[in-house]
Structure formats: C-alpha cells, structure tokens
Ligand binder design. Structure first.
Ligand code: GDP
Ligand code: MN
Length: 350
C-alpha cells in the first residue's frame, strides 16, 4: 500500500510501494519536476505524456519540488495518476504506485532573493527589462526559479540519492515512444548533459553574463576542459557570447557535473555578481555555458529521437525514428534547422 515512509524530514512526503523492476540494469536516476500548486493541470498532462511514452516501462521515480508546501489536493492528483492501472502494463502486478513519488519543500535560502542583493539596483534592472518588453522581465519569482535551477535543485535532500535526472515542466509533450533508457544511454556513453532544442537567448537578460564568464576563465583556467565546446557559445573564440543555449526545460543530465568543483566554483562566482537579480540570468545559458566549458564536447548529447514540445517550440524526429517511435508530431514542424536554432552550430562541433 501507499504510505508515508520514514525517515524523511517533515517538510517532505514520500510515497513508496514495492515494485517489480522491469529492467535488470537501471540507472541511478529520477525525474525532477519543479512546480507550483496552481500548475497541477499542466503537471498532470506532462506526467501522463512521460508515463505513456516512456516511464510505464521503466518505472523511474518522480521528485516534485516547490517553494511552498504542496497541497494535499496536488499530491492526491499526482499520486493517483501514477497509480492508475491505465498507465501500467498488463504484466505488472503491483496494485498502487509503481513509481516512487516524493514531494519536497525548497529551503527558503535556496529560493529567495538573498539579503545582500541591492534591492534598489535589482528593481531598476526589472523596470528596464520590462520596458524592453522582455518576457518575465519584471518578475522576481521567475528570477528565483532561474537561480534555483542554476545552482540549487541538485542540492535538495530528495535528490541526494540520485545521479542522473530528467527535468520535466508543466504542459510539455513527449511525442514518441522511447524504446530504450536514455539515463542508461547517458551512463554508458559517459554523457553529462543532453538536449532536444537549442536556441538564442534574449540579449537583455544576460548583458554582463559573458563578462563574468571571461573573468572566471582568467581566474580559474584549470577548470576549462581542453576538449570543450566553446564554439557552441561563441563565434569568435570566446570574445563574445553568441546567445546560444540548450533549452533547459528539457534536460537529462548528470548531477555529479553540477555538484563538482568546476561548476560549484562557477555558480558561486556568478552568484556573487548578482546577475540572477540585477539582470535575469537564465538557468539555460548558465547550464549551457558551463557544459560548453567544463565538459568534453562528446559528453553533450542531442536526443534526436526524443520528440518533445514546450511552447512555443518543438523537436520532432524524422525518418525511421519518426515511424519507429510512432511519433505524434509533424516531422516538418521541428525547430532543428530554423533561423534561431543553434543545432547546426552544435552539429558542426563534430
Ligand atoms: P518558462 O518555461 O520559462 O515560461 O517558465 P515556467 O513558468 O514554465 O517555469 C519554469 C518551471 O519552474 C516550471 O516547472 C514551473 O512550474 C516552475 N516555476 C516557475 N515559477 C515558479 C514558482 O514561483 N514556484 C514554483 N514552485 N515553481 C515555479
Ligand atoms: Mn515552462
């Protein structure tokens, strides 16, 4: 039966059940889903899509995180969805949830704007960005979210047991059946970061980010991987940022990379600059720049066979991958080689 299991601290609820592993060799991996209580409908839609196209066969656990306590209603919806017999294969005998599901509260210091941020300067930054019509330009919660996803999610106690994660957001779609385990793919091919869509960032959200990156490189050359992919993020060998980033609402990645010395030092360096609040540094450019500088280029993977949509863009596989995956998308409608995509640039690395 489903029951709260000790010994988790009181700000978390863990549902666990006995389950038959459907695969002998599993990765040490989980889904990570940051959400507000009000996101519930979109959360349900995303879980449904992921379970249907992949996880019903693999049964990886789900971790939900929130800066406010999840309501009983939210948890009930998620748990009952993951317990639904329509999402389980016939050969599965278990009665309730097959996946383990846990709900965690984010510590305030991992979420809120730090005390030492100069609020007057931050407010001016927000106003300036709003005037330019930049999306979320005036939002503090959005900045909290970007900073949390940049430097803190992998420190959450519920994620401590895990190495690999797959980030999921509300209202995303997975278009194709996935007939293999991408976590194991990451592990077996020594990948640290992966994506399905890459694109250019809004420049006004990161006007000084690259200056900080250049300073960091000067100060800590030892962290730069010799086989890096600087060419993904810069067209001139590192003088300027070309705004390319991997779209981080989809990520399958190795948390050991974020937990390691290079990224830890990098994040702290950026944090001290205050750009998460004075500007609106996104977790996507921060993660992408780090992956480009601290990982070998062959450790970054494009999951061409994972059909994925997050408004307003999608990646739809084509050819054999489209038919084998029974993809519910139009292969002509794919961001891959459109004007603001950075996929060509990624592919030219190899
Ligand atoms: P967008 O994809 O950049 O438009 O941003 P989203 O609104 O989708 O937010 C990104 C992720 O962070 C989603 O999973 C949201 O549910 C989550 N998120 C955004 N803001 C908040 C917040 O204030 N609190 C919580 N708990 N989650 C948030
Ligand atoms: Mn989103």
């Amino acid at each position: 039966t489903t029951a709260a299991v000790e010994p988790y601290p009181s700000n978390t609820t863990v549902f666990q059940s006995f389950h038959n592993d459907t695969q002998e060799h599993r990765a040490n991996a989980t889904f990570v889903f940051l959400a507000r209580n009000s996101d519930i409908n979109g959360v349900v839609a995303s879980i449904q899509s992921m379970e249907d196209r992949f996880n019903k066969k693999y049964n990886y656990p789900w971790v939900f995180l929130n800066d406010e306590p999840f309501t009983e209603e939210f948890k009930r919806c998620v748990v009952s969805l993951l317990s639904s017999p329509t999402l389980t294969l016939p050969r599965r005998v278990s009665v309730l949830t097959d996946a383990n599901v846990s709900f965690g509260l984010i510590p305030p210091e991992h979420w809120n704007q730090p005390e030492w941020i100069d609020e007057d300067r931050a407010r001016m930054g927000r106003q300036k960005m709003m005037m330019k019509g930049i999306i979320y330009g005036g939002s503090v919660p959005y900045r909290n979210m970007c900073r949390f996803n940049s430097g803190f999610f992998f420190k959450h106690e519920l994620l401590q047991p895990y190495r690999y994660y797959w980030r999921v957001e509300p209202n995303v779609k997975f278009f194709c059946d996935l007939e293999y385990d991408p976590f194991l793919y990451m592990e077996e091919h020594d990948k640290v970061y992966s994506f399905t869509i890459s694109l250019e960032e809004h420049e006004p959200t990161v006007p000084t980010l690259w200056d900080s990156v250049k300073e960091f490189i000067e100060e800590y050359p030892q962290f730069i991987e010799p086989q890096n992919s600087m060419e993904f993020v810069s067209n001139d060998g590192g003088i300027k940022y070309n705004l390319c980033h991997y779209w981080s609402n989809f990520e399958i990645a190795d948390m050991n990379f974020w937990r390691g010395e290079a990224y830890t030092t990098f994040f702290e360096y950026l944090e001290e600059k205050g750009g998460f609040y004075y500007e609106r540094w996104g977790d996507a450019p921060v993660h992408s720049i780090a992956a480009s500088l601290f990982a070998r280029r062959d450790q970054i993977h494009f999951f061409r066979d994972i059909g994925y949509r997050h408004e307003n863009f999608q990646h739809c596989p084509s050819g054999d991958q489209w038919s084998q995956g029974r993809c519910a998308c139009d292969p002509q409608d794919s961001f891959d080689y459109t004007d603001h995509s950075c996929l060509k640039r990624f592919e030219s690395l190899f």
